[in-house]
Ligand binder design. Structure first.
Ligand code: FAD
Length: 299
């Protein structure tokens, strides 16, 4: 069966390069101060989507909510092999917590049409909550499997996956349509294809097209429509949707829809101060239990 797959991908600040000005006083990320990258586990989700399309046929759409610059990860997705990119962008989305983000993504996923699978990364490296995937499944009323490492089979409207659990893995089966979150050990994302890069570096959003035409002195509306049609017909059109386009309730997006406020972030370095070696004997274990009860770790 062919699969219509939507991958949700986030452009994130590269948290390996954090400096003092990384956060603004209001607790939101100062994105201008950090290089932006494709969230690593979203690349794994995209790779899984592309390999599923190779096995079963279908279409891979990548959707991101973010500032206009997030279009870069959509172009990168096209270079890797995605069929379509959707940029969900609007100043009114700024400051979204996971509730507002998953609501916005749910509106966008509904607008893009029918689907069989939604793939998210397990976690974004900036917010680090791992909540958006599961919340998106809830909002779309879908079953979900998290921490997916591999898709073993897709047959008769069901998917069989291997997903990580504490100390091991399990084989789970779920009905389509389904949302899965994908872990970093799932695969090695493919590099951008050279031919695709040459082709899709020309893919643009409407804002980019308008910026290209800025200041030209002729009937822009007609020229733009013609050029849009030409780009669409060649698969070089990246959809750009704002809050009105996706029919979002303005009270549920951005700051207005976000009960969580990040007041401060702190870099915590766990350093070993003192340790006690427990001998692998009955007395050793008894002593450990005794100490843990004394420290109120066990009761
Ligand atoms: C330091 C810091 C701490 C934060 N703490 C909290 C907090 O405690 N609670 C809270 O509600 N918010 C918090 N936020 C805000 C949070 O980062 C945003 O809500 C963010 O848009 C989604 O949460 P996440 O980054 O944790 O994503 P996760 O839930 O970790 O992301 C999981 C997956 O969801 C998908 N996804 C996530 N965001 C997008 C997107 N914009 N577009 C497309 N796909 C996406 C991706 O596939 C991603 O791999 C915090 C932000 C920062 C910078």
């Amino acid at each position: 069966m062919s699969l219509r797959i939507v991958v949700c991908a986030k452009q994130v600040p590269d948290t390996h390069n954090i400096k003092g000005d990384a956060m603004k006083p209001d607790g939101t990320v100062n994105r201008a101060a950090l290089p932006a990258i494709f969230n690593p586990e979203d690349l794994n989700a995209l790779e899984l989507a592309l390999s599923l399309r190779e096995r079963f046929g279908g279409k891979v759409t990548v959707c991101t909510m973010g500032p206009p610059t997030a279009v870069e990860i959509l172009r990168r997705s096209l270079y890797m092999g995605a069929d379509l990119g959707i940029l969900v962008t609007d100043r009114r989305f700024a400051g979204a917590d996971t509730l507002a983000t998953s609501y916005t993504l749910a509106c966008a996923v509904r607008k893009q049409g029918e689907f069989d699978l939604i793939l998210c990364g397990r976690q974004a490296i900036d917010g680090d909550t791992a909540q958006v995937g599961p919340q998106l499944a809830e909002k779309l009323d879908l079953p979900q499997v998290t921490y997916v490492e591999d898709v073993l089979d897709v047959k008769d409207g069901k998917v069989r996956v291997r997903n990580l659990i504490e100390d091991g893995y399990e084989i789970a089966e779920a009905k389509l349509p389904l949302l899965m979150t994908v872990v970093g050990s799932a695969n090695t994302p493919r590099p951008p294809g050279a031919k695709r890069l040459m082709r899709y570096k020309k893919a643009v959003t409407r804002s980019e097209l308008m910026a290209r035409h800025k200041g030209r002195d002729y009937e822009d509306a007609n020229v733009l429509t013609e050029e849009e049609e030409r780009l669409r017909s060649r698969g070089l059109w990246i959809h750009e949707w704002n809050a009105d386009d996706i029919g979002a309730d303005l009270g549920r997006i951005g700051m207005a829809g976000s009960p969580t406020k990040v007041k401060e972030i702190e870099s915590v370095v766990l350093a070993r101060r003192e340790y006690k070696q427990v001998p692998p004997t009955q007395d050793g274990v008894n002593g450990l239990i005794h100490d843990m009860i004394k420290e109120h770790i066990l009761s």
